[in-house]
Design a binder for this molecule. Structure first.
Ligand code: GDG
Length: 493
């Protein structure tokens, strides 16, 4: 079987779902690493003899293309250490990331980074062009690869191209700061379908297209002309645009979700043991985030500190567990966010902990998925308080682990997940009083009004259980015209 050029379905993402392991003798092995996106796309990738194009995660090195056990071809794109610095840390994460997250920190506009971004996007597009069969469907993922649809439209007009953005799309007034805004929008409009998490992201994009493309540049169709599976027919979740070259481009909202099947059952004995290990507190609060300044970890700690200080929470009864996964550690804003968080953890424990009984347990590392699920099951109150988040899967994972109606969720209004999980204790993380109120209501509600909390959690669980990641993939690919009814049924199985 040829390894390239015959793939009818190609996913292209910045990261290839692989991990590199080095054994004691120094031998290196690449192994597939499952994640939410892999779970969502696997049924389609397998059915269409699919291929995944991406960077394997280590600079200056890449394995030969190889197939996973389920027959999916993994096709690496090599990035040099300089690419990593300019394209990934620079333009992707110090320009686009803060710009798209509403300027929580100031984006840096650097021409050299932009050149690297364009160059790397061209290389990803070339790799896709190499592996994609005539007439194949290509699904481009996320903000690192926004130029890929436009490049492919030029080089491979035979392809059907979808694009999905995993992070928020900002208002046109913010986006217009970007010195390379026209080229970026043109890149996106190379797709046949552009997907966002939320209707508000769609509205921002359509507004931008009007402003950047100008009269005659592109034409916005009826706002309700795109039907998206999984949302009520009465909801306006998308539009069709006529691009400058006359093509119809769909723009729609497809809220991503989680793979319910991968969560598994948590083991009550292990959960009890974990509770014992942290001093058997009456109430366990939990935060799980990449250590990113968008996630609002510091504000959460400050709210917790003020509640302890005011006596609204008792340090003898409550424990906060904060898992902060290391992320983008060479970028200055991430280093600053980490030191602020760690200073606050130290100060809060210094003020309120007893010997052998920290009031904040802080883990700056990645935990095995199963352990994470035990923490979700353990947590009486989950704190998800980002300043801005495209969706936030942690909130959905917590809800999914509480199918018995136990627990309580404090959720930022600025997380995309708040649109679906509106029975949570919603808060404004920019307002410490709002955050504190939500935490107190969540903690006290468990004691004083368990029935209401139970009903709220069950309603949210139902939403997550019926809108999982497979529905997300299916509804996008159906809109793109890739899945016919037979294959939809197959991927449902
Ligand atoms: C981007 C957007 C959007 C976290 N710590 C550990 C661990 N995790 C896993 C969680 C969850 C995932 O990482 C984080 O996903 P989020 O959605 O919360 O956030 P981002 O990483 O910022 O993702 C976001 C998402 O893309 C999807 O479109 O929702 O808005 O920013 O699945 O469980 N996993 C393990 N150990 C950890 O310590 N194993």
């Amino acid at each position: 079987m040829a390894l390239s050029g015959d793939n009818d379905f190609v996913v292209v993402a910045n990261r290839l779902p692989v991990d590199l392991t080095t054994d004691a003798d120094g031998a290196r092995t690449w192994t597939p690493s499952p994640g939410g996106l892999v779970a969502a796309l696997s049924p389609v990738l397998e059915r269409f003899s699919g291929c995944w194009v991406g960077w394997p995660g280590v600079a200056d090195t890449a394995p030969e293309p190889f197939r996973t056990e389920s027959g999916v071809l993994l096709h690496p794109v090599e990035l040099t250490a300089t690419d990593y610095e300019l394209f990934y840390e620079g333009f992707s994460n110090a320009t686009l990331w803060p710009l798209y997250h509403d300027l929580i920190v100031t984006p840096v506009y650097d021409r050299e980074w932009w050149d690297a971004y364009r160059d790397v996007n061209e290389r990803f597009a070339a790799a896709v062009a190499e592996v994609a069969a005539e007439g194949a469907t290509v699904w481009v993922q996320d903000y690192q690869l926004q130029l890929v649809p436009g490049i492919l439209r030029q080089t491979r007009p035979d392809l059907t191209i979808g694009f999905f953005l995993h992070i928020p799309f900002p208002s046109a007034d913010l986006f217009r700061q970007l010195p390379w805004r026209e080229e970026t929008v043109r890149g996106l409009l190379g797709a046949d379908l552009i997907g966002f998490h939320l209707e508000s992201n769609v509205a921002n994009f359509l507004d931008l297209v009007r402003k950047v493309a100008g009269p005659g540049g592109s034409h916005i169709g009826q706002p309700d002309s795109l039907i998206v599976e999984g949302t009520p027919a009465t909801r306006r979740v998308g539009a069709r645009i006529t691009a400058a070259d006359g093509r119809s481009v769909g723009v729609g909202a497809f809220p991503i979700s989680i793979d319910m099947d991968s969560l598994g059952e948590s083991d009550p004995a292990t959960v009890d043991k974990l509770r014992g290990e942290i001093g058997d507190p009456e109430t366990v609060l939990l935060g799980v985030d990449r250590l990113d300044y968008t996630k609002g970890i510091l504000q959460r700690l400050l709210a917790f500190e003020e509640l302890l200080e005011a006596g609204a929470l008792d340090p003898a009864e409550v424990v906060l567990v904060q898992v902060a996964t290391p992320s983008r550690e060479r970028i200055a804003h991430y280093q600053h966010a980490r030191s602020q968080v760690e200073e606050a953890v130290g100060r809060i424990n210094g003020r309120f902990a007893a010997i052998g009984r920290p009031v904040v347990h802080y883990l700056h590392r990645s935990l095995p998925k199963q352990t994470l699920h035990h923490y979700y099951a353990l947590a009486d109150v989950m704190l998800v308080t980002p300043f801005k988040d495209g969706m936030n899967l942690v909130a959905k994972e917590y809800v999914a682990c509480h199918g018995d109606g136990s627990g309580s969720l404090v959720l930022s209004e600025f997380a995309g997940a708040a649109a679906e999980l509106d029975r949570a204790h919603l808060c404004n993380p920019f307002d410490l009083e709002s955050l504190k109120r939500a935490v107190v209501n969540a903690v006290r509600g468990l004691e004083h009004d368990p029935q209401t909390l139970h009903e709220r959690m069950l309603a949210m669980h139902e939403q997550v259980a019926t809108h999982d990641v497979r529905l997300w993939a299916r509804s996008f690919l159906r809109c793109l015209g890739t899945l016919d009814d037979a294959s939809v049924d197959e991927s449902r199985a």
